[in-house]
Design a protein around this ligand. Structure first.
Ligand code: NAD
Length: 311
């Protein structure tokens, strides 16, 4: 089985996530069939698909005819067997209830041809639990999108305990083919990777708000106007270097204000490199270029901000 063998895709659940996931595949050229539980739900799904694509046209991301072609690639059904029969790759995006997902995976396993790959968009359950009753352990996995999934580029891609390398590579390559940004998650854990990081920030923000350090509104504004502003360019690791933390005195650098003890070990590894007087993430020989690239990007975004303010 290779990526080229995927000709048609299915999406189970046409809700908040499902309609956008379907748009990605259809925009990428794949005939896409969506299954939900009733015709009225599917009619709403198609209304959402159309209004999302209309916005793309308005914003000049795609042309009217590209939008029409995309819509024509999407079909709907309430019949699970129809999706199973028609799809080489199926994404599950139903309600976040473990038992429902387990039943769905087991049923799809029985209905689908042998080659079909089935992935889940779960936010919180691990694949070994969702796919516990599935025989095709080598052909299941996880693609975790971020809302709105037809706009946010990144998608976490993870294996279950039995997922084959072949399947994993197909999932990864398929995400690239439909112009998403796949992020490999190498271990199975509840919340996977990015929700854990996002959750850590949320927990700390909540704790500080609860302690009366700032109002919720000002915490939001503060995040958006400071490190949130920087984030399209730099995550925490690039930031350590570009902010010049490697030049700080060791006692300031290692100061820890919150978080579990295990943070110390991770921080120590970064500190070993910084103790050599070097950035740890950026190649020291390319440091100036990295700063210039950051500045250019920030200026471009600042201009964008001014333009949208004036509209
Ligand atoms: N909403 C988010 O921001 C977000 C982000 C990432 C991942 N997720 C995950 O995506 C999944 C879907 O979330 P959502 O927000 O789209 O939920 P939702 O409630 O908006 O949509 C779920 C849809 O699935 C349908 N459904 C339920 N059981 C079904 C079945 N057996 N067959 C077909 N359709 C069925 C429901 O009718 C509903 O339309 C969940 O696992 C959630 O954790 C959500």
């Amino acid at each position: 089985m290779e990526l080229v063998d995927i000709k048609k895709v299915g999406v189970i659940g046409g809700g908040t996530m499902g309609f956008g996931i379907a748009i990605n595949f259809a925009l990428g050229g794949y005939p896409t069939i969506i299954r939900d539980l009733s015709d009225p739900l599917l009619q709403q799904t198609m209304r959402n698909v159309k209004s999302a694509l209309n916005l793309f046209v308005e914003e000049e991301l795609i042309t009217r005819s590209e939008a029409d072609e995309t819509i024509s690639r999407i079909t709907t059904t309430t019949d699970l067997a129809e999706v199973a029969a028609q799809s080489d790759f199926i994404t599950e995006a139903i309600v976040e209830r473990l038992r429902d997902k387990q039943i769905l995976f087991k049923t799809l396993d029985q209905l689908c041809p042998q080659h079909t790959i089935i992935v889940s968009n779960t936010s919180g359950f691990v694949m070994s639990a969702i796919g516990a009753d599935v025989k095709r352990q080598d052909k299941i996995g996880l693609t975790h999108y971020f809302a709105p999934p037809h706009i946010v580029p990144g998608v976490e891609v993870a294996k279950g305990p039995g997922t084959s390398d072949e399947t994993y590579n197909i999932i990864y390559d398929l995400m690239k083919k439909v112009e998403k940004v796949p992020i490999r998650v190498l271990k199975e854990l509840p919340g996977y990777l990015l929700n854990r990081i996002q959750g850590a920030m949320g927990r700390e923000a909540t704790r500080l708000w609860a302690e009366g350090v700032a109002t919720a509104e000002e915490i939001e504004l503060g995040i958006q106007s400071t490190f949130g502003f920087r984030m399209p360019h730099e995550g925490p690791f690039l930031h350590y270097d570009l902010a010049g933390i490697w030049k700080w005195p060791a006692d300031i650098r290692t100061r820890r204000r919150s978080g579990p003890e295990s943070l110390d070990e991770a921080a120590e590894k970064i500190n070993e490199r910084m103790a050599e007087g070097k950035p740890w993430f950026v190649d020291p020989n390319q440091f100036d270029e990295a700063v210039e690239k950051r500045d250019r990007e920030y200026i471009r975004r600042l201009k964008e901000l001014y333009r949208s303010d004036k509209k």
